[in-house]
Write a protein that binds this ligand. Structure first.
Ligand code: SF4
Length: 480
């Protein structure tokens, strides 16, 4: 049997002329994870439209499409194309789980929730010619998972081929997040067995890893054992964590000791009312500045995430947010226009208040305003969002933020990472087009190298807590 797995390009990502670097970062790990359940007697391939032209002239027996909200229309058209040829088509992913009725019109089977249990069941049913129309995920476990089919990934086309996920979901319940809808009717946060995660890490070549977990520090026991096991592995890695988890205990020091060099943090908003409305309890009454300083002290770069358009936001929110990021030496900032994804509590609330303005899913890319705003007009929100990006990434602000670090190495790292990320898009485009992206990995690894003990941040008169890290950790040669 011939099986084809496709990740269609997001609406905002595909252009024959321009390939923004952020869409060539990670391979389609979810599809490679499912491919591991396919029998060795079957042929399977993965195509990712973000990095290659899709071949739609073939006639596989089975096509599997991974659907996000802004690739939904493209996915449906590819699905219709293959179904017209007699190919059996299945659709799964976040958007399908949120809107199964919409997706079902373009599929022979749809998958709701994660596929680790349902996909192997489907394969059995398909071979017995008894596939079901809908597969609901109810059993949630990552035990006995076969090794991901990384051999199907075209590594050279990605900057970060070593992406990895060792947990599923998140312990929190923010109202704007897809997570609760995707994991409905079962566990919404669970982890791999630590030894399995370490074995998966061991299989990955090179030094650099990117953990795509929603919250790598979400289960303290698991994360602590994972970092302990990684200590001798000579890795550098990036991941995501919450403000709360950075401030609590010494997990973040363990992570730094294991090789954490950059972290994505969902600050989202400074307003307690906005945080309450978003059910973002993990940020409430937490000192963002203290979290930032703790990360700086450990030599960990920060990608801060911020949402604009929450109900308490006013016209000053954009400037306040950019200024705070520059002053606190946030390495990179990701700004979002608040977006009520279908299936989320936010969407339900807005729909009940008649605030959803469009159901054109291509506009649900966190750059467009798709709902009725309150304090800000839609134009103010959109303009403020565009302004914030431009302003934060002005050279003057990149330099100022870099020079807000005390150590020379950290200043340089900040400058290279932030500037390289946003200021050299034409160069990235050239590198992507000439298929040399993977050759840039050593540069990324060197930017992520450790800031040595004596070079660490020492903000005078602030509350950086170097004493939280033990001398043994600081001098661990593994991470130098
Ligand atoms: S902390 Fe992040 S991943 Fe978890 S529910 Fe909130 S937004 Fe989603």
């Amino acid at each position: 049997m011939k099986i084809k797995m496709i990740l269609p390009a997001l609406a905002e990502a595909e252009s024959p002329f321009w390939r923004p670097i952020k869409y060539s970062l990670f391979p389609p790990l979810g599809l490679a994870t499912l491919a591991a359940y396919v029998s060795p007697n079957d042929e399977v391939e993965i195509q990712d439209q973000h990095v290659e032209k899709l071949n739609l002239n073939d006639t596989p027996d089975l096509v599997i499409l991974q659907v996000y909200i802004t690739n939904a229309y493209r996915s449906y058209s590819i699905a219709d194309h293959y179904r017209a040829k007699g190919t059996y088509v299945i659709l799964g992913g976040l958007h399908v789980t949120s809107l199964p009725d919409e997706a079902s019109k373009h599929a022979d089977s749809v998958f709701l929730g994660p596929g680790e249990e349902t996909f192997p069941q489907f394969l059995k049913d398909f071979k017995n010619r008894t596939p079901k129309k809908i597969y609901y995920s109810s059993i949630r476990t990552l035990e006995r998972m076969p090794p991901i089919r990384r051999d199907l990934i075209k590594r050279h086309r990605y900057l970060v081929p070593n992406s990895i996920v060792v947990t599923r979901g998140c312990p929190h319940h923010c109202t704007f997040c897809y997570k609760d809808a995707f994991f409905e009717s079962g566990k919404s946060f669970y982890t791999q067995i630590v030894d399995d995660a370490l074995a998966e890490i061991d299989r990955l070549p090179g030094r650099h890893l990117y953990f795509l977990d929603d919250h790598l520090l979400g289960n303290q026991k698991f994360a602590s054992s994972l970092f302990e096991g990684m200590k001798g592995m000579n890795r550098v890695f990036q991941g995501a964590a919450t403000v709360d988890s950075i401030l609590r205990g010494n997990l973040i020091e363990q992570a730094a000791e294991a090789g954490l060099r950059s972290v994505f943090v969902g600050f989202e908003t400074f307003s307690p009312k906005n945080l309450k409305q978003s059910n973002k309890k993990q940020n409430l009454k937490r000192d963002y500045k203290e979290a930032v300083q703790r990360l700086h002290a450990l030599g960990i770069m920060i990608n801060g995430s911020f949402v604009f358009g929450l109900d308490e936001d006013d016209k000053d929110v954009f400037k306040r947010t950019v200024d705070w990021g520059v002053k606190n030496a946030i390495t990179t900032s990701t700004y979002h226009v608040l977006t009520p994804y279908p299936g989320t509590k936010l969407f339900k609330d807005m729909e009940s208040q008649n605030r959803v303005l469009t159901r054109n899913w291509d506009l649900y890319d966190t750059r467009h305003v798709v709902y009725k705003t309150t304090n800000l007009t839609a134009e103010e929100l959109k303009q403020g969002y565009d302004w914030a990006y431009k302003e934060f990434y002005r050279w003057a602000n990149i330099f100022e933020a870099s020079f807000n670090h005390k150590s020379h190495k950290h200043k340089l790292k900040h400058l290279l990472y932030s500037g390289g990320w946003k200021k050299f898009e034409p160069l990235w485009n050239f590198i992507i087009k000439t298929k040399n992206l993977n050759n840039m990995l050593p540069l990324l690894e060197s930017i992520l190298s450790k800031v040595n003990y004596y070079e660490k941040e020492s903000f005078s008169g602030n509350s950086v807590k170097l004493q939280r890290t033990t001398p043994t950790r600081q001098h661990n040669p593994v991470n130098n």
